[in-house]
Design a binder for this molecule. Structure first.
Ligand SMILES: Cc1ncc(C[n+]2csc(CCOP(=O)(O)OP(=O)(O)O)c2C)c(N)n1
Ligand SMILES: [Mg+2]
Length: 619
């Protein structure tokens, strides 16, 4: 039995039939397709989508943004659901590159279907084709290879019979997942073929909860049992695995403190007695002090990025060793760890059963409690600091934290907000804190907020966005209105790049080129006034200005009552930043400069760098 369909029709038919299952819960993997049509997909994938109204099509405003939306959707769905993205050839396709890199770095499944130049070639060069004098086997879509976990070009219809199952294997693999790119030449999309009927049968991809090697688990138990100062780093893997309850039980039972990465924040509620807050460059004083002295670090579902490890200066105990629990072998072996390659929830339960009567020592328990209390007082102080107007960013975060519900989600990605949120946000729900900090891509925020809300319409979604990020990518407000999807956007306007300005000052460069000012010789003239209120209103959003604490509270109340997307514009102080707490980040400083402040920064830098470490196996 065969069914005669175009390649594009067969792709959509196949995608509709793919199910995913974990813990015996089955659901459709794809929730639909975002896209922008052009000559490279309108008559192929576009036509196929039109004749499959049960596979929803979402028109977005920018191809990069739709990949962020798809990534956010997958992240909010713990990677058990995904969206497809279709584009024309050329610029529509390459616009997706940044989003693809972001999805892959964050290990989030997105299926990208860029249109491609004719497989038949006789009409080349077609509009928007990049030609090569040395081969005809290249197009701009080859740029997707390094940013995709699986990449393929479909030159003949029957190639999808083997390509699509590979795409599904990668997308649903907890260890391998990321962007999957299938480049679709525009002629092949429209070409018909007699596809075997079995290809379209419902198929379920089981997302496994794999178990770590038993002997290594036994060894890990010994390490944990003999450690004086064990310390957990909870990464995104804890949340994707839905291991938060298992972690909570394990931490309560053993007394081991738990710090969180950006992706792992929310693993424990902020008031859990073992939760010591953010880890690393943007971490809490409690986490960073405990990490420094830890003799055993248990990394769960973490990639150990430089923000987490304070550029490998965070762990200074000479005898420190690592146990890593991770579905990805690649991450499990990092820092010369004892690798427990397996699912976070299952592995924590296994460890917990054996360590049933194990508790950290009384002195350590007291130290944890004291550092936690000190940190909570510091957060209270920052939340309660009244300056301005313009308000401090810390106070704005405090107001939001006190007014949002426990299940509400905050979304953020770049600028000074992620660091301040990592330090200060009091998370009460595992899905309440949505940070894209693998790629920290300016422009993710609003597009991402849309994806979060589509994934869980039952929650209120608050997008926190800097003026820089807003100016880069705000247009998906229109897409949110089109879909009747309500997101609450809080725009913190400090007239430039407070984050990178601060970094520039720390590097001795005085904030050069990081403020939005008119050119007067340099970019040092008056602040450029941008009417964000008018901008947001012109796109159709409910727009409110808030300059004081009271106005901000009133604006949040007002946006809660709205049924459509709103934008609250808050002016914040460019220079009033939340400090770092007992941490460091490696940003190399010019070794040669005429400027005294740069020379001084270089001397400090060279000294600080000496704390960077290598780790060697100890088993
Ligand atoms: C696409 C992209 N370009 C550049 C950067 C580098 N960068 C990080 S933060 C930042 C400034 C962000 O400005 P804004 O959104 O106003 O936030 P603020 O720093 O003022 O808090 C820049 C340029 C980035 N993260 N992403
Ligand atoms: Mg700014």
């Amino acid at each position: 039995m065969t069914r005669r369909l175009t390649t594009a029709q067969a792709i959509i038919q196949f995608l509709k039939a793919q199910q995913v299952s974990r813990d015996s819960r089955d659901q459709a993997f794809f929730a639909g397709c975002f896209g922008i049509f052009g000559h490279g997909n309108v008559a192929g994938i576009g036509q196929a989508l039109q004749q499959n109204p049960d596979f929803p099509y979402f028109l977005c405003r920018n191809e990069q943004a739709m990949v962020h939306t798809a990534a956010a959707f997958a992240k909010m769905s713990n990677r058990l659901r995904a969206l497809v993205c279709t584009t024309s050839i050329g610029p529509g396709a390459t616009n997706m590159l940044t989003g693809a890199a972001g999805a892959t770095i964050n290990r989030l499944p997105v299926l990208l279907l860029p249109g491609d130049i004719f497989a038949r070639r006789n009409v080349a060069p077609v509009l928007q084709q990049l030609e090569s004098s040395s081969t005809q086997d290249v197009s701009v879509n080859d740029c997707f290879r390094p940013v995709s976990r699986y990449w393929d070009r479909i030159q003949r219809p029957e190639q999808i019979l083997t390509a699509l199952p590979e795409a599904m294997r990668v997308l649903t693999s907890p260890a391998e997942t990321g962007a999957v790119t299938l480049a679709l030449p525009q002629d092949v999309q429209a070409e018909a073929f007699d596809f075997p009927e079995e290809f379209f049968a419902r198929r379920t991809w089981v997302v496994p909860r794999s178990r770590a090697d038993a002997a290594l688990v036994a060894e890990a138990v010994e390490w944990i049992g003999s450690a004086k100062k064990p310390f957990i780093i909870a990464g995104g893997g804890v949340i994707y695995s839905c291991a938060t309850e298992a972690l909570s039980r394990f931490a309560t039972q053993t007394g081991i403190p738990v710090s969180e990465t950006q992706a792992g924040k929310g693993s424990l509620a902020f008031d859990h007695p073992q939760c010591v807050g953010g880890m690393g460059v943007t971490g809490s004083s409690a986490a960073n002090r405990l990490a420094r002295e830890a003799d055993l670090v248990i990394g769960i579902g973490t990639r150990y990025s430089d923000f987490t490890t304070a550029s490998v200066t965070a762990f200074q105990n000479p005898g420190v060793r690592f146990i890593n629990i991770n579905v990805a072998e690649f991450d499990a072996y990092k820092r010369a760890a004892l690798p427990l390659v397996g699912d976070a929830a299952i592995t924590l339960e296994e460890l917990g059963k054996v360590l049933v009567s194990h508790q950290v020592g009384a002195d350590y328990a007291q130290q944890i409690a004291r550092l936690r209390a000190e940190w909570e007082a510091e957060v209270d102080k920052t939340y309660g600091r009244h300056v301005g107007p313009p308000l401090s960013q810390g106070e704005v975060i405090g107001v939001l934290n006190s007014m949002l519900g426990p299940k509400d989600v905050i979304v953020c990605a770049a600028g000074s907000l992620p660091g301040d949120l990592h330090k200060l946000w009091r998370t009460r729900d595992p899905k309440g804190y949505h940070l894209e900090y693998g790629y920290s891509c300016m422009g993710y925020e609003i597009a991402g907020g849309l994806g979060v809300k589509l994934a869980d319409p039952s929650r209120e979604v608050y997008v926190l966005v800097g003026d820089g990020s807003y100016l880069m990518m705000a247009q998906e407000i229109v897409t949110a209105l089109q879909e009747h999807v309500k997101i609450n956007i809080v725009l913190l306007d400090n007239h430039g790049f407070s984050s990178i300005g601060g970094l520039s000052r720390a590097c001795g460069s005085g904030g050069f080129g990081t403020e939005y000012r008119y050119r007067e010789g340099g970019l040092t003239g008056a602040t450029i006034p941008v009417d964000f209120l008018a901008n947001a209103a012109s796109l159709g959003a409910h727009a409110i200005q808030a300059n004081t604490r009271e106005e901000l509270m009133e604006a949040i109340r007002s946006s809660k009552q709205q049924t459509r997307t709103s934008v609250i514009v808050v002016e914040t102080d460019y220079h009033d930043r939340v400090p770092g707490y007992e941490s460091w980040w490696d940003v190399p400083i010019a070794e040669v400069s005429e400027v005294e402040s740069v020379q001084q920064a270089q001397r400090n830098y060279a000294k600080a760098r000496q704390r960077e470490r290598y780790f060697w196996p100890s088993h």
